[in-house]
Design a protein around this ligand. Sequence first.
Ligand SMILES: NC(=O)c1ccc[n+]([C@@H]2O[C@H](COP(=O)([O-])OP(=O)(O)OC[C@H]3O[C@@H](n4cnc5c(N)ncnc54)[C@H](OP(=O)(O)O)[C@@H]3O)[C@@H](O)[C@H]2O)c1
Length: 258
Amino acid sequence: MKDTVLLTGAAHGIGRATALELARKGHPLALIDRDSRALDALVDDLTRSGAKVAGAVVDVRDRDALVTQVAELADRVGPIDVLLACAGIGSLTLVPQLETSDLKHTLEVNLVGVAHSIEAVLPGMIARGRGHLIGVASMAGYRGFPWMISYSASKAALIAYLEALRPGLSRRGISITTVCPGFVRTRMCSEIPYQHKVRMIEPEAAARHLARAVERRPRNCVFPWDMKISLTILKYMPDFAFDALMRLAGPRALHVDF
Ligand SMILES: NC(=O)c1ccc[n+]([C@@H]2O[C@H](COP(=O)([O-])OP(=O)(O)OC[C@H]3O[C@@H](n4cnc5c(N)ncnc54)[C@H](OP(=O)(O)O)[C@@H]3O)[C@@H](O)[C@H]2O)c1
């Protein structure tokens, strides 16, 4: 019997591709997104292909609606074994346009939205003594990227939140995976005006990594392989070298002035 997966941000990009991959592997699915048209179309397609699936239109910022809808979805597809929190937003934040409203909005979705999703599934997982929480972070959470200030802050907070939860939840039979994808060809990534060609993987490739993470429960899931090298270099790079790199490489990387 395959684990039942609750997937947020399921209607587009990495989330949509992962829903298709998990359904292909036989996982019952509870899907959440705020785009009702795209979500309904996905649920219809998956149902026609024989998958056990149910969807609900919810904004992950709305804690009460999310808790209610997740309970209803679990009644339809079964108790949630795995949360894959993929819903996220990301856009340029540059010094000339710095606004706390942008920071608050990004934190509400990328951090608090994930925390709401965890809150919706955690009591059931604790009662059953098993479960798996997967949060989709980013390389921008490991170091501060000067063209995505709010996004970097939100993903850094998410990485720390998941890390801080890990020991207390592992004692209760619940594993946590922090995901760090490289560049994936989705709407979010395509909106960033990189000057040079950036090597992107397709959402379907990202989905295969995420589906493997659902089954193997690693602590970290970093892909593709060259992202592992970049992440290690960035994590251990001395601060002065990182600052200099961003000052020099930043303006060359983008069509914008930060
Ligand atoms: N693409 C990359 O290169 C990349 C790299 C590293 C990490 N990531 C992370 O991967 C995750 C998925 O990104 P993606 O590239 O697949 O982006 P995407 O194509 O924009 O898909 C994001 C999905 O999340 C949904 N969503 C956004 N805010 C939501 C909310 N408040 N409540 C419910 N659903 C919401 C979106 O719905 P709407 O259509 O209504 O907006 C959309 O369906 C994000 O967490 C992102 O930070 C992406």
